[in-house]
Write a protein that binds this ligand. Sequence first.
Ligand code: NAD
Length: 337
Amino acid sequence: MARQTKVLVTGAGGFIGHHLVTHLKRAGYWVRGVDLKLPEFSATDADDFKVLDLRVWENCREATSGVDEVYALAADMGGMGFISAHHAQILHNNALINLHTLEAARLSGVRRYFYSSSACIYPEYLQGKTDVAPLREEDAYPAAPQDAYGWEKLVTERLCMHYREDYGLETRVARFHNIFGPLGTWDGGREKAPAALCRKIAIAKLAGNSELEIWGDGEQTRSFCYIDDCVAGIYRLMRSEHHDPLNLGQDRMVTINQLADIISEIAGFRIVKKHITGPQGVRGRNSDNTRLRAVLGWQPEVSLEEGLRRTYVWIEEQVRAAAPRFGTPNSKAQASR
Ligand code: NAD
């Protein structure tokens, strides 16, 4: 009988890594998860889970030992509020994680390596207006990412390319565009726009207070991709022979104001937007999915409305469970249903 393929997922205690572990288990792999922490919202499906700090070389050797493939998702990251305020920490921590994980994978004889890059690698000068042209993979250069987070991702993309060319380690790189869904960080400062808006609208609904704070004028544009499509895309890319970086996201662009309106509709609660000062990131960003479709013969399938509906339902549950923390007594919350 053929030996079961063993894979490592780093960042397996985080949002995408946790979902990816479940996907890989269903696909029949033996899976080791590694992270600084266990998944917060549901138990891992991993066969083996190690709590390790991957900035440390010896821990990367332990994590990669005995596995055939690696999915590298561990990163010190968060939404715009976090990324725009922790440049040194992010560049330092993520550079250590990625340099050590890739080299340890090579020494352990890993055959295939997936790296989770980001739309944040694209140059700021192409994202200065709301109705931007969708970003094609080749637009990455001349390089000018907005934040240290994007620079580090770009350097690790290049590291993957050189490891493939110089050492024959098959590397695959996806540039994620705003992934969202249930079981992701929704509170505490690292959450991203869809989760933050779902939380704010759930709290507003439970408290019966319709005011919703939005960073900036809310006209900044993005595309958003549901988690199930993200893990399906990662897996397809890993099994493909395409080794250049590939966009992985939706190509439907909406404003943050529109995103808030869709969530408000799903919540069944009308909101009044209050625009306040806050970090907004680039003015506009969208994914060009021409190559994604050509390479994978596939594209993300879950609509924004359906993905947000699943996400909102989960976040409203979390908010209800934590109601006293938000000053939204459950009794009042129940009454406003
Ligand atoms: P996440 O923060 O939920 O998961 C990242 C995980 O990495 C966390 O659980 C964290 O504890 C872990 N980690 C951080 N430092 C570590 C260390 N020193 N050792 C071990 N583990 C460590 O984020 P996510 O949304 O699941 O993102 C996964 C990957 O995808 C990241 O590399 C991220 O940069 C990338 N990405 C995500 C998005 C998105 O929209 N979510 C967009 C672009 C790129």
